[in-house]
Design a protein around this ligand. Structure first.
Ligand code: ZN
Length: 245
């Protein structure tokens, strides 16, 4: 089965639409590693789409917060304001859906998905040191994670840990899973990339051949920004989309 792996959509409908259009014909099922909502101005359109299309979805920290399950003192001011806006704007059915999302890790077809790290959904796996602490807790060869909004991940070859770089200019990169290595793979953020590339991110994983394809897709950043400004959300949340930061 080929899986479309999405993470950190963050209520960005323009980015999600571009990803789905670009991915057409490449996958059979859809998975999501959390943070459907928060930051962006389209929480209902995005949640409706995820509810209708994704087969396995776990919650992210912003989903947890937008469902009223998190103390907002841990959020920076822009994230807190966006969370309160999301709580006020999520339709009841979507709010209930977000509230009941399970916590990762969740096994899927021989691999697993989680949001932050295997031990803590709020923990960021940024560097090799973070990955080194996480690898011993993985009980699958392949794990997909999100939360950092940085496409790529890490591979543990049993002698060392190496970062996996995101595709650059071409917007495409293929990775073949090697038999004796363990992988932490980040499809990147659909709706708010933070690796200096404004293009939306996704990945497609074939569970039979164990081949992963990373993609970057140009989307209507200005359209998403206009909606954030019109909603009265913090300006930072609009401007950062153009920078991919
Ligand atoms: Zn996120």
């Amino acid at each position: 089965m080929r899986y479309l792996i999405l993470s950190d959509i963050h209520a960005n409908w323009e980015a999600l639409q571009a990803v789905v259009e670009h991915a057409t014909g490449r996958y059979g099922r859809i998975l999501c590693c959390g943070d459907i909502v928060g930051y962006g101005a389209d929480p209902n359109a995005v949640t409706d789409w995820v509810r209708a299309n994704a087969v396995t979805v776990i919650r992210g920290n912003h989903d947890k917060a937008s469902a009223g399950l998190e103390d907002l003192d841990w959020f920076n001011p822009a994230a807190r304001e966006a969370t309160l806006w999301t709580i006020n704007n999520l339709e009841p059915g979507n709010a209930e859906y977000v509230r009941q999302l399970p916590k990762g890790p969740i096994p899927v077809d021989g691999f697993q998905i989680l949001h932050g790290s295997p031990l803590d959904e709020d923990e960021y796996l940024v560097g090799i040191g973070d990955a080194g602490q996480a690898f011993p807790y993985l009980d699958r060869q392949v794990t997909f994670f999100g939360h950092t909004h940085v496409q790529g991940g890490f591979v543990w070859t049993m002698t060392r840990i190496e970062p996996i770089k995101a595709p650059m200019q071409t917007g495409e990169k293929r990775l073949e899973v090697e038999p004796d290595s363990v992988y932490l793979l980040n499809p990147g953020s659909v709706g708010q990339p933070r690796d200096g590339d404004a293009r939306a991110c996704y990945a497609v994983y074939d569970s039979e051949t164990k081949v992963l394809d990373y993609f970057r897709v140009v989307y209507d950043v200005e359209g998403a920004q206009a909606k954030i400004r019109k909603a009265g959300l913090p300006e930072l949340l609009a401007s950062r989309l153009a920078l991919g930061r």
